[in-house]
Design a protein around this ligand. Structure first.
Ligand SMILES: Cc1cc2nc3c(=O)[nH]c(=O)nc-3n(C[C@H](O)[C@H](O)[C@H](O)COP(=O)(O)O)c2cc1C
Length: 188
């Protein structure tokens, strides 16, 4: 049975009642959380059924709609490098990463699942003051932004900017932590 707080969040999501950031973070959890995926799919199906009853069928589409959509797509900026994302559980152990995170650090989800990101990625060149600030943010259930040196699986170093956000339940306890990470040029 899906926790009540997740059922509530799913309802807000399907109703379109989340902020853009809440939506983005919820969709990251949806990527790996199967029970939540099924629940959202059921709600969406029900919502679609209701819409079909309430909204009369659109008889005609506006003229040139296809051209207007294609024109709008054309002026979108070229997609930038996909952002690396890590999701940990409340204890800071990895539950999910996206392919961009594997591209960043060299490790797959199988290699990282259940481990602390810092365990594999930190080393002697990592700024311990930054690590301590991340630790304090995790313990204090706060968001934080830090830049630190990490170790790729192949042993090379990279500098990464990490934006960490807790996803809190209604009692303000963390359910997950989400980190969005961006590779930066190494400084001398
Ligand atoms: C969602 C999340 C992502 C993280 N990603 C990284 C990371 O990419 N690199 C890193 O050095 N530490 C990362 N950390 C921080 C460490 O896993 C750990 O929280 C930090 O080192 C402090 O904990 P400690 O007391 O075990 O050292 C991340 C933490 C969280 C919660």
């Amino acid at each position: 049975m899906l926790a009540e707080v997740l059922q509530d969040r799913a309802a807000l999501y399907v109703a379109g009642a989340m902020t853009a950031l809440e939506r983005e973070n919820f969709e990251l959890i949806l990527e790996f959380h199967q029970p939540l995926q099924s629940h959202v799919a059921e709600l969406q199906e029900a919502a679609t059924a209701v819409m079909m009853i309430l909204v009369p069928a659109v008889a005609t589409l506006p003229a040139n709609l296809k051209q207007r959509i294609l024109g709008a797509v054309d002026i979108l900026p070229a997609t930038t490098e996909p952002e690396a994302v890590v999701v940990t559980n409340a204890a800071g152990l990895i539950e999910w990463i996206n392919p961009a995170f594997t591209a960043l650090c060299g490790y797959t989800l199988v290699e990282l699942k259940g481990r602390k990101p810092g365990q594999l990625l930190q080393g002697p060149a990592t700024d311990q003051a930054a690590v301590a600030r991340i630790r304090a943010a995790v313990q204090g259930k706060c968001a934080c932004e830090e830049t630190l040196v990490n170790y790729h699986k192949d042993g090379s170093l990279y500098r990464v900017k990490l934006a960490l956000t807790p996803l809190l339940d209604d009692e303000r306890q963390p359910m997950w932590f989400i980190a969005k990470e961006q590779k930066l040029p190494m400084v001398a």
